[in-house]
Design a protein around this ligand. Structure first.
Ligand SMILES: N[C@@H](CCC(=O)N[C@@H](CS)C(=O)NCC(=O)O)C(=O)O
Length: 223
């Protein structure tokens, strides 16, 4: 059984959330970069993640997919990092609450909004997220109660929900409300968040340069 943590990712993906989490826990890890549509859909990777999506981690023969689940798993596997209130701690309630809220209603509402899908008023009751406005209002409530989403301490729920908020504001799917901007300022500039961002930005530049060189090589080869 290997103690090594392997992260399967792409630098422009939800894998960024997990890299941030890994940088927060401070354990060594190895990243395996996959390409959209090719290595991500190859049998070897589908055996780990039948969705053919990133991120996935493998640790001690355990495969974990789903960015929120990976964050929660890592927080529990490395309790010394103090990124999850322990079972029995009252803060475990809001920790679960907002982690699941971000992985379910927020993720679905934001994805649908970015696709231009509007939920008809009379159908809101049957959708887990109701409407994007209700979700964003609830999220604003969540980040306005304390400094962090589960209370007075930064946790893995901030990595996951905070990533949704930071990206949402950047891509225009979540309004830039003052409460979100203040929250993002508190968590998005943490040293681990900056390290993770720098690593993925550099990898993305390298991938883009390689792709440009390949395209240039191909067009030069055309007689
Ligand atoms: N529910 C998954 C979503 C993962 C996901 O959609 N990843 C995208 C990149 S951000 C992906 O791998 N897309 C490739 C594909 O579907 O072919 C999670 O939270 O980890």
């Amino acid at each position: 059984m290997s103690d090594e943590i392997v992260l399967y990712t792409h630098p422009m993906s939800r894998g960024r959330i997990v890299r941030w989490m890994l940088e927060e826990i401070g354990q060594p890890y190895r990243a395996e970069l996959l390409e959209y549509g090719t290595t991500m859909k190859a049998p070897a990777y589908l055996a780990l993640n039948p969705m053919g999506k990133v991120p996935t981690i493998v640790h001690r023969n355990t495969v974990v997919t789903e960015a929120a689940a990976i964050c929660a798993y890592l927080a529990d596997a490395f309790p010394e990092a103090g990124l999850a209130p322990p079972p029995g701690d009252p803060a475990r309630g809001p920790y679960y609450r907002w982690m699941f809220f971000a992985a379910g209603p927020v993720e679905a509402a934001v994805s649908n909004k970015s696709l231009g899908f509007e939920v008809p008023q009379e159908r809101r009751g049957m959708l887990g997220y109701g409407s994007i406005d209700e979700v964003v209002n609830a999220l604003e409530f969540a980040v306005s109660q304390h400094d962090y989403i589960a209370g007075d301490r930064f946790t893995a729920a901030d990595v996951y929900a905070g990533s949704q908020i930071g990206w949402g504001m950047m891509f225009g799917t979540i309004e830039k409300r003052p409460a979100f901007a203040r929250y993002w300022e508190r968590i998005g500039s943490r040293p681990a968040a900056l390290r993770a961002r720098n690593i993925d930005d550099a990898l993305l530049r390298e991938m883009q340069e390689r792709a440009e060189q390949t395209t240039a090589g191909k067009s030069e080869a055309v007689p």
